[in-house]
Design a protein around this ligand. Structure first.
Ligand SMILES: [Zn+2]
Length: 271
């Protein structure tokens, strides 16, 4: 019975994640185009035809419609579906990080012990969603928008109250620990990091605390460096060209959210 309830909780987290992922696709498309995202209907990017709920069921609509638009027959990029699946997975990750089996049932019954865990899981999921939007938009446009950084900073402030326990000064030092060195670096090495990256790490550091912020930038630089080396090796970019560093930083932040403690322990064991 417990296993069943546990599985039900995970399915619930995945479905909620995928539905929200579908909305994030809208944000990722509209924010850089300066389109209003709280009103107006969804439309096909190719033919502009209005999309109805039957066209917008996460994952299923895409597969049932044979990966093309119902109205114009233009192929639809698989990235929207992949993003929905990824966001469902992130929902499960946030869920499992805070809620033990059947925890959500107790939360529904408003047991005070579990409600903070549900809030913490929701906060984690919100941060993961913001990172997903930031990473996609940066990959698309090479820009990190103030709006997503502000949303992340709001989550950072919220984490002081409902996140995993951490002293206030750890949060505050976290906001500066990585962002200030990055800012100095960006002043001396032009094009190394943009102001968007600096503000992203300030907001993420507030959320993660300084240890987490250092893990995040470390993982981000490893991933970004490996990706840059791959681009150079395959001659997709020349040595002087820039590529978006935001996605690598976002992966680093996401990794630090879940694994900063084990990573710190592992790394200090190597020294
Ligand atoms: Zn169409």
């Amino acid at each position: 019975m417990l296993t069943f309830i546990y599985a039900l909780g995970i399915v619930f987290a995945f479905v909620v994640g995928a539905v929200i992922g579908s909305f994030l696709n809208v944000l990722i498309y509209r924010i850089p185009r300066n389109l209003n995202f709280w009103k107006g209907y969804s439309f096909c990017p190719a033919c502009q035809h209005r999309l109805y709920p039957k066209d917008l069921v996460p994952v299923f609509s895409y597969l049932l419609l044979g990966r093309k638009c119902r109205y114009c027959g233009q192929p639809i990029s698989p990235r929207y579906m992949l993003n929905e699946l990824l966001c469902g997975g992130l929902g499960v990750a946030a869920w499992c990080a805070f809620l033990e089996p059947a925890g959500f049932l107790r939360a529904l019954l408003n047991n005070n012990h579990t409600t903070p865990a549900l809030l913490a899981a929701a906060l984690y999921f919100a941060v993961l969603c913001i990172l997903l939007v930031t990473a996609w938009i940066d990959a698309d446009t090479m820009d990190i928008y103030d709006g997503t950084n502000i949303a992340l900073a709001v989550c950072g402030v919220a984490s002081i109250f409902i996140g995993p326990e951490m002293p206030l000064r750890t949060h505050l030092i976290g906001a500066a620990a990585v962002s200030v060195p990055l800012l100095i670096l960006s002043l001396f090495v032009s094009g190394a990091f943009g102001l968007g990256d600096v503000l992203l790490m300030a907001a993420a550091g507030l959320f993660l605390g300084w240890q987490g912020a250092i893990v995040a930038v470390f993982v981000g630089i490893l991933i970004g460096g490996a990706y840059g080396a791959f681009l150079l090796a395959t001659k997709r970019k020349g040595g002087k060209e820039h590529f978006a560093f935001g996605p690598a930083l976002c992966i680093g932040i996401g990794t630090a959210m879940f694994f900063s403690q084990p990573l710190i322990t592992w790394y200090s064991g190597l020294l």
